[in-house]
Design a protein around this ligand. Structure first.
Ligand code: BES
Ligand code: ZN
Ligand code: ZN
Length: 510
C-alpha cells in the first residue's frame, strides 16, 4: 500500500542535528520533569522557560503553540503541543492530540517533521504506544475529503518524511509506528468510500474495489451478480434491488490464516449505495446523506485491508451485499411477501427497512460458507441516533463472551460502543405476521432493536454481534481525528477484534 509517510526513521535525540522543517514537542504541565528537557531548553533558547511561565507557550491539553526557531539549521518551527497534567493523559487523548497535529501539518503544508516521542510518555503511555498513536492520530488527522471542484488547483502537500526522536533502545518502535499507519490508512480509505456519491460508487464499482483489495492481499474472492443470486434464491437482496437499473453485487472475501477452514469469523457489511427508502420514500431532508448508507461495507473493507497487512492468525470471511434502494415500476412494495436465502419468508411492511433485508441473505451466505462467529455492521436505523447520539455505536449480541472480547477491542481503539437489549418480546414482534415468518418493520418504538433483531433471526445460534453505525459512520462537523463526512467507524475495532481473537488462538496453541 502506498503510505502517506514515504520515509520513517528512528533516531536518537540530538536537537542540533534535526534536519526536518518542524519539530513536535509534547509539553506537560511541568515540562522540566520530561527527560532531556534541559537539553531542549539549551538548544531552543532560555526564553522558553519565561514563555512557559507567562503562558505564551501553553501546556493546556490540546493547545498548540507554533514558534519559529532562531538557529539557521533546516528546522524552521517547533510545534509545542500542550498535554496538561501528566497523571491524567490517556491513550485516547493522545490519539486525538496527534489528530489535531495531523490537521495542522496539512494546513501548514509541512512535508517533513520530527516527533520527540519521549516527550509524550507517562505512566499509561509507553514509548511503543506513543509511536503507534502518533502514526494513527496524525494519519487520520491528515485526511482530506476528495472533491470534484473544477476550480481547485491547489496542490496537495503531503507529509513524506517522519523522524521519530527517542533515547529508547526499543527495536520495535518503527514496527509500532507502521501498524499505526496501516490502521490510519484503512480508516481513510473507508472514509473515502463513504464520501463518494452514489453515481460514482455503484455496486459494481464497489465490487471492483473489493476485487482489487482481494488481489492485493491474496484473499480468495467470489462475486455474485443478479443471475447468481437468482439461482441461489437470495430473494431478500433481490427484492431491494428490484427497482434499480444497477445490478446488485455480493462480494465474498476469504482470508485463510490456517489450512483448515474452521473457526471462521464472518464480517458482514451493509452496502446500500443509495437509500431513497423505495416506495416507503424518505422525505426530501432524509434523502441527503444517503450516499453514506454503505458505511458498514466500508468498515468491513477497511478492516480487511488491515487484516491483509497485519496477517493475524484467524480465518476471516467478509460478506458485503451492495445495491441501491430505488423506485420504479419494478420496485418491491409494502405488502409484498418475499423468500430469503434461508427459506424464511418475510412480509414487507416498509421498503425503507431495506438494510436488514440485504443483511439477512448476507448472514445466511456467511454461515453457508463456514462462519462460526458473525459481526454485522450497518447504517441500519435512525433509531440508534435517537437513542445514543452521533458519537456512539449501538450494539446487540447473543453471546456475552464474544461481546466482551469485542468491547475490549473498542476500549483499545477508543470507539464507543453501547449494547441495547434484545428480548423475547422484541423477537415476538419481529415474528408477528399473518402471511409470513417475519415482518421487516414491527414499529418505531425502540426500532434500533427491531433492525438488529431481524438480522439475528438469520444468525440463529451462531455467536453474533450487531453494530448499528447509522450515527457514527459520518460526522456532521469536523472533529479532532478528521473532517466532516465519513469517519471510518468500526474499521479499527473490527480489525482489533480479529487481532485479539488471533492472540487467543496463538496462546491456546502454545
Ligand atoms: N439507512 C437508513 C438508516 C439511517 C438513517 C442511516 C439515518 C443513516 C442516517 C435505514 O435503511 C432506514 O431507512 N431505516 C429506517 C427504518 C424504519 C423504516 C423501520 C429508519 O431508521 O427510519
Ligand atoms: Zn432505509
Ligand atoms: Zn438504509
Amino acid at each position: 500500500m502506498e503510505g502517506f509517510f514515504v520515509r520513517v526513521d528512528v533516531a536518537g535525540i540530538n536537537f542540533n542535528d534535526v534536519q526536518t522543517e518542524v519539530l513536535i514537542v509534547g509539553t506537560y504541565k511541568h515540562p522540566e520533569n520530561t527527560q532531556g528537557w534541559s537539553d531542549f531548553v539549551s538548544f531552543y533558547g532560555s526564553s522558553l522557560e519565561k514563555w512557559l511561565k507567562t503562558g505564551d507557550v501553553s501546556t493546556d491539553r490540546k493547545k498548540l503553540t507554533k514558534l519559529p526557531t532562531l538557529q539557521d539549521g533546516k528546522l524552521l518551527r517547533v510545534f509545542f503541543v500542550g498535554l496538561g497534567d501528566r497523571k491524567t493523559l490517556k491513550q485516547d487523548d493522545l490519539r486525538e492530540i496527534f489528530g489535531t497535529i495531523g490537521k495542522e501539518l496539512v494546513a501548514s503544508k509541512t512535508s517533513n517533521v520530527s516527533i520527540w516521542l519521549d516527550s509524550f510518555i507517562n505512566e499509561d503511555i509507553e514509548i511503543e504506544d506513543a509511536a503507534y498513536l502518533s502514526a494513527e492520530g496524525i494519519g487520520m488527522g491528515l485526511y482530506k475529503v476528495p472533491n470534484y471542484k473544477t476550480s481547485s488547483n491547489e496542490v496537495d502537500a503531503y507529509l513524506d518524511h517522519v523522524e521519530l526522536l527517542t533515547n529508547s533502545d526499543e527495536q520495535e518502535i518503527l514496527a509500532y509506528f507502521e501498524v499505526g499507519q496501516v490502521y490510519a490508512e484503512a480508516v481513510n480509505e473507508a472514509r473515502t468510500l463513504v464520501n463518494m456519491p452514489s453515481n460514482v460508487l455503484t455496486a459494481r464499482n464497489m465490487a471492483e474495489y473489493a476485487r482489487e483489495l482481494a488481489e492485493t492481499y491474496d484473499f480468495e474472492y467470489e462475486e455474485l451478480g443478479k443471475a447468481e443470486m437468482e439461482e441461489l434464491g437470495m430473494g431478500a437482496i433481490l427484492a431491494v434491488n428490484q427497482g434499480s437499473t444497477e445490478e446488485p453485487r455480493l462480494m465474498v472475501m476469504k482470508y485463510r490464516a490456517n489450512e483448515e477452514w474452521n473457526d471462521v469469523v464472518g464480517l458482514v457489511g451493509k452496502g446500500i449505495t443509495y437509500d431513497t427508502g423505495g416506495y416507503s420514500i424518505k422525505p426530501k431532508d432524509g434523502l441527503v446523506g444517503m450516499k453514506g448508507d454503505m458505511g458498514g461495507a466500508a468498515a468491513v473493507l477497511g478492516a480487511m485491508r488491515i487484516i491483509g497487512e497485519t496477517r493475524p492468525n484467524k480465518n476471516v470471511i467478509a460478506v458485503i451485499a451492495s445495491t441501491d434502494n430505488m423506485i420504479s415500476g419494478n420496485a418491491f412494495k409494502p405488502d409484498d411477501v418475499i423468500t430469503s436465502l434461508s427459506g424464511k419468508t418475510i412480509e414487507i411492511l416498509n421498503t425503507d427497512a431495506e438494510g436488514r433485508l440485504v443483511l439477512a441473505d448476507s448472514v445466511t451466505y456467511a454461515k453457508q460458507q463456514g462462519a462460526n462467529y458473525i459481526v454485522d455492521v450497518a447504517t441500519l436505523t435512525g433509531g440508534v441516533i435517537i437513542a445514543l447520539g452521533k458519537d456512539k455505536t449501538g450494539a446487540l449480541t447473543n453471546d456475552e463472551t464474544f461481546f466482551e472480547t469485542f468491547l475490549e477491542a473498542t476500549v483499545e481503539t477508543g470507539e464507543f460502543v453501547w449494547r441495547l437489549p434484545l428480548t423475547e418480546s422484541d423477537k415476538k414482534r419481529i415474528r408477528k405476521s399473518d402471511v409470513a415468518d417475519l415482518n421487516n418493520s414491527p414499529g418505531r418504538d425502540g426500532h434500533m432493536i427491531f433492525g438488529g433483531g431481524f438480522v439475528g433471526e438469520f444468525v440463529e445460534n451462531t455467536p453474533w454481534i450487531h453494530l448499528d453505525i447509522a450515527g457514527t459512520s459520518d460526522a456532521s462537523a469536523a472533529h479532532d481525528l478528521g473532517p466532516k463526512g465519513g469517519t471510518g467507524a468500526m474499521v479499527r475495532s473490527l480489525a482489533t477484534l480479529i487481532e485479539r481473537m488471533s492472540l487467543e488462538n496463538t496462546e491456546e496453541n502454545s
